[in-house]
Design a protein around this ligand. Structure first.
Ligand code: CP
Ligand code: NVA
Length: 307
């Protein structure tokens, strides 16, 4: 596997399934891995807020016998106090891995290129690969396999949507993405996923109509309409995205037994109604739990010796 985990598309089809299988094993037998990263330290760079990502990386390192050090936005001031490369050359002298949540994806790429130690992308404006791993782990648990499924994504063609497309291309999961005009996922990511997903049976339709996207879907996924860093566009987006809210009526148009997914945090009454979020179909807290297991698998592979 590559030194870093910056994108799900860094993984081959084999590696993608290996990570999910290891995550399932770590979840089933956590005690077996409690010393696996003994003495190892993960530096966690956060330039944006977080609940799940911070908790799951920190708890994950503790449960693997290692430690994590949290660096807040005001500590590092990436690019203002010093360059990503200089930060990398410092951190690699003291720690065994770096996790970064930042704005421009190029910052994570620059950090990884300079660092001798593994760098894990914990969300950039472009991608959220750890989220997609946890989500496909959740789908695998809930639905058995991945290759016969259809995943509908409704709303903003953002970082989470991009990583889901990359993961679906590896898993052979069909996708339909419904967005307002101008908010489609990156054409480059869609095209590359189509090319790379040819061998797995992946396909993706990018459409306008949410009802068309959810038709026949085994899972319906949404995310916030304004991501971190887009707060000033909140009102404009709320107007444009109004018909993309996931409601009980929209869920009823999916396949019977379809699950509802969201990376969280959710804005109740905006991209999803409280009724859907709190319904028996909702697997959002399973997704949140699986962040822990998926990231433990990634850290074991990149920072330790895996069995
Ligand atoms: N889903 C997710 O990444 O949550 P946080 O922003 O709270 O880390
Ligand atoms: N798209 C959201 C995901 C949060 C986990 C954001 O970037 O803010």
């Amino acid at each position: 596997m590559t030194k870093d985990f910056l994108a799900v598309s860094d993984l081959s089809v084999y590696e993608f399934h290996r990570v999910l299988d290891l995550a399932l094993e770590v979840k089933a037998k956590p005690r077996r891995y409690r010393n696996a990263l003994e003495g190892k330290v993960l530096a966690m760079i956060f330039e944006k807020p977080s609940l799940r990502t911070r908790m799951t990386f920190e708890v994950g390192m503790l449960q693997l016998g290692g430690e994590a050090v949290y660096l807040s936005p005001s500590d590092i001031q990436m690019g203002k106090r010093e360059t990503p490369a200089d930060i990398a050359h410092n951190l690699e002298r003291w720690t065994d891995g770096i996790m970064i949540r930042t704005f421009a994806h190029s910052i994570a790429v620059e950090l990884a290129a300079a660092a001798r130690i593994p760098v894990i992308n914990a969300l950039t404006d472009l991608l959220h690969p750890c989220q997609a791993l946890a989500d496909f782990l959740t789908l695998k648990e809930k639905k058995g396999g991945l290759s016969a499924l259809k995943l509908a994504y409704i709303g903003d063609g953002n970082n989470v949507c991009h990583s889901l497309i990359n993961a679906a291309a590896r898993a052979g999961t069909r996708m339909a993405v419904a967005t307002p005009k101008g908010y489609e996922p990156s054409a480059e990511i869609v095209e590359r996923a189509r090319e790379e997903g040819r061998e797995t049976g992946f396909a993706v339709d990018v459409v306008r109509d949410p009802a068309e996207a959810v038709s026949g879907a085994d899972a319906v996924y949404t995310d916030v309409w304004a991501s971190m860093g887009q707060e000033s566009e909140k009102q404009k987006r709320a107007r444009l995205f109004a018909r993309y809210r996931v409601t009980a009526a929209l869920m009823a148009k999916a396949k019977p037994g379809a699950v509802f997914m969201h990376c969280l945090p959710a804005h109740r009454g905006e991209e999803v109604t409280a009724e859907v979020l709190d319904s028996p179909a909702s697997v959002v807290f399973d997704q949140a739990e699986n962040r822990l297991h998926a990231q433990k698998a990634i850290m074991l592979i990149l920072m330790g010796k895996t069995k």
